[in-house]
Design a protein around this ligand. Structure first.
Ligand code: WQD
Length: 356
């Protein structure tokens, strides 16, 4: 029988790419999304790419426990991938309560329902932001976490801890241990710490759909190239890096999605070495803002209007992953080049503009 994966936030940028890869790998998927930060564009794209018209879609808010509980009653769920969360760093500083309430309550509900329905495998969507500023690069999963610099980042750290503690507390749950409460079961967990996900599906049918002015670099680049924005500001060219601009580990969205499939397989096939595991999902390759801009211009044959601007508050100088553990344990490795990824981002922007 096919294994079934619940993807919360499955209509969004990362969730839609992961849904495609799961289906193509032979999983059944249930998508749950409250559409608070996206519409059904990407979900429709997922159906086109996979040729599957009957993917269950549940418009629910994971902050509503009863709704989550109903989903677990309705479907036999073998694993959950939890994406449903707010993700704008700046907004989280202005509205911390909104971020803590949404991101933590929804995750608590997913974990509670997982535990209450006989146990489940839970994959949490974490972030390299938990490492903060560090001089020791690349970062491994053992690198110490630094205090979060935003409520958004803090929700990622707290959620990792909640998952770790829940896994520990439920490890012994089973019918015999919890006599009379035999529907409770163990939660097993994997946290994937993403570096900077960019790009779009090669079909250009799904991609990132930022609302309003983009905060992230690549959507800002593509919107400037297409003429929606006048000029890209490169935040800071006086950092202690080779060309003075910040360095990041930009990970292709399809590569990132495949890491989820590998992690789900590890969980549902009983191959975890510990009940709670953490993996970096990055390329291991630092790329500066200027290098990214130059690569975009070159691979797509477009000229980008950009200027140097003051540093952006809260930015770390440089961060990139040591992806060795994921390669060894998940058998996963990023394969797309930055050029391929930037070409896919541009194809998606043109698709949106109806020019492709
Ligand atoms: C990358 C680089 C900017 C915009 C954030 C979150 C992280 C994760 C991904 C998501 C930096 C520079 C950017 C611009 C620029 N979370 N830049 N001009 O800050 O590394 O990570 O997004 O949901 O948790 O913190 O990504 O794309 O914003 O910035 O020069 O207009 O591009 O200074 O060096 P970041 P980013």
């Amino acid at each position: 029988m096919k294994k079934r994966v619940l993807v919360s936030g499955g209509a969004g940028y990362i969730g839609s790419h992961v849904t495609v890869e799961l289906i193509q790998a032979g999983y059944d998927v249930v998508v749950a999304d409250n559409l608070s930060n996206c519409d059904l564009t990407c979900f429709e794209g997922v159906k086109k790419i996979t040729g599957k018209d009957d993917i269950p879609f549940e418009k629910i808010d994971c902050c509503d426990y009863d709704a989550v509980d109903r989903l677990f009653s309705e479907f036999r769920i073998d694993a959950v991938i939890h994406f449903a969360a707010f993700k704008a760093v700046g907004e989280s500083v202005a509205e911390p309560l909104k971020y803590y309430r949404n991101n933590l309550v929804s995750f608590l509900n997913i974990l509670d329902a997982s535990k209450n329905h006989g146990g489940c495998n839970v994959l949490f969507s974490s972030s390299a932001t938990v490492y903060g500023e560090t001089d020791v690069l690349p970062v491994t999963e053992q690198s110490p976490r630094q205090p979060a610099t935003s409520p958004y980042g803090n929700t990622k750290q707290i959620s990792e801890d909640i998952l770790r503690d829940t896994v520990k507390a439920t490890a012994a749950y089973g019918a015999e241990v919890m006599a009379g409460m035999d529907r409770q079961g163990p939660v097993k967990g994997i946290a994937l710490r993403y570096f900077n996900p960019i790009g779009a599906h090669p079909s250009a049918l799904i991609g990132e759909l930022p609302r309003g002015v983009p905060n992230n670099l690549v959507p800002y680049i593509t919107q400037t190239a297409i003429g929606k924005r006048e000029c890209l500001s490169i935040f800071g060219n006086d950092y202690p890096t080779p060309d003075g601009t910040c360095q990041r580990d930009y990970i292709d969205i399809v590569d990132l999605a495949k890491a989820h499939v590998a992690a789900v397989a590890r969980m549902v096939e009983g191959k975890m070495k510990k009940d709670y595991e953490i993996f970096n999902v990055g390329t291991g390759r630092p790329v500066s803002v200027l290098e990214l801009v130059n690569a975009f211009e070159k691979v797509n044959g477009v000229k980008l209007n950009y200027k140097f601007a003051p540093r952006r508050a809260g930015d770390v100088t440089a961060i990139w992953a040591d992806p060795t553990l994921a390669e060894k344990e998940l058998g996963w490795k990023a394969v797309r080049t930055v050029e391929e990824t930037l070409a896919s981002a541009w194809a998606w922007e043109k698709h949106l503009a109806g020019k492709a």
